[in-house]
Design a protein around this ligand. Structure first.
Ligand code: C5P
Length: 223
């Protein structure tokens, strides 16, 4: 049997972007690489957890020892998360698209002289908020991420309340920081009881420290 601080725990991690179809060949996407989420899945597995990684389209290999479910859209991601429940811990690091195309057709949109296609958008489900508010089956510990360019802590506090999660990992992604697409990350852990700021670390180190922190929280001891 696995040993480690998360032995016997089931952890669901979301990672990567989502792709929202416009038609069968086109989609709306974002620049998330999935690096931070995949590193968390790997670290949780190494800490002894059973890990289900729900990943949007990424260029990364499936982490070894982790059950990886591949999805494309936000709605597929929510469905896969619901299927993976129950879990003890949810760590939702995916960059989920806020909107999808309302009625993505089954046929490729044809170019027509003199007219432009009109794309109307619909709001995607908020996966973190949905799972954090489940009356039954809510994981005991729900962790979300917040990438902000200003008022990082204040926005993270608001997000914690709105999403109903227990912990927000907030990072400053303003252009001067070089975090976007970079190797390292400076994060603040925001809970209802306070803030903890970590030094600049690699995404692997952030993952390992986060897993240790979560293990301490779930184990009932002070991290
Ligand atoms: O609202 P925002 O995108 O800044 O929130 C970030 C947090 O919420 C992340 O943990 C992200 O994975 C999660 N989220 C989600 N579903 C959405 C939007 C965000 O799970 N539709």
């Amino acid at each position: 049997a696995p040993s480690g601080p998360l032995a016997g725990k089931h952890v669901i991690v979301t990672s990567g972007p989502t792709h929202e179809p416009i038609d069968p060949v086109r989609y709306i996407a974002n620049r998330s690489s999935g690096r931070q989420g995949h590193a968390i899945a790997k670290a949780a597995s190494e800490a002894g957890a059973r890990v289900t990684l729900i990943s949007g389209p990424v260029d990364l290999p499936d982490p070894r020892g982790v059950t990886t479910v591949h999805v494309e859209s936000a709605r597929e991601m929510l469905e896969a998360v619901e299927r993976a429940l129950p879990a003890d811990i949810g760590i939702f690091a995916a960059a989920v698209a806020d909107w999808r195309v309302a009625d993505a057709g089954g046929q490729k949109i044809k170019k027509k002289e003199g007219t432009l296609p009109n794309l109307s958008l619909a709001e995607n489900p908020d996966i973190l908020a949905t799972v954090s508010h489940l009356p039954q089956n809510r994981p005991a510990l729900m962790v979300g991420f917040a990438a902000e360019t200003e008022n990082v802590i204040e926005h993270a506090r608001q997000k914690l309340a709105k999403k109903g999660c227990d912990l927000i990992v907030a990072n400053d992604v303003s252009p001067a920081t070089g975090v976007m697409g970079g190797e390292s990350n400076t994060v603040h852990l925001v809970t209802r009881s306070g803030i903890e700021t970590w030094p600049t670390l690699s995404k692997t180190e952030v993952a390992e420290r986060l897993v240790a922190h979560v293990g301490a929280l779930i184990g009932g001891t002070e991290p």
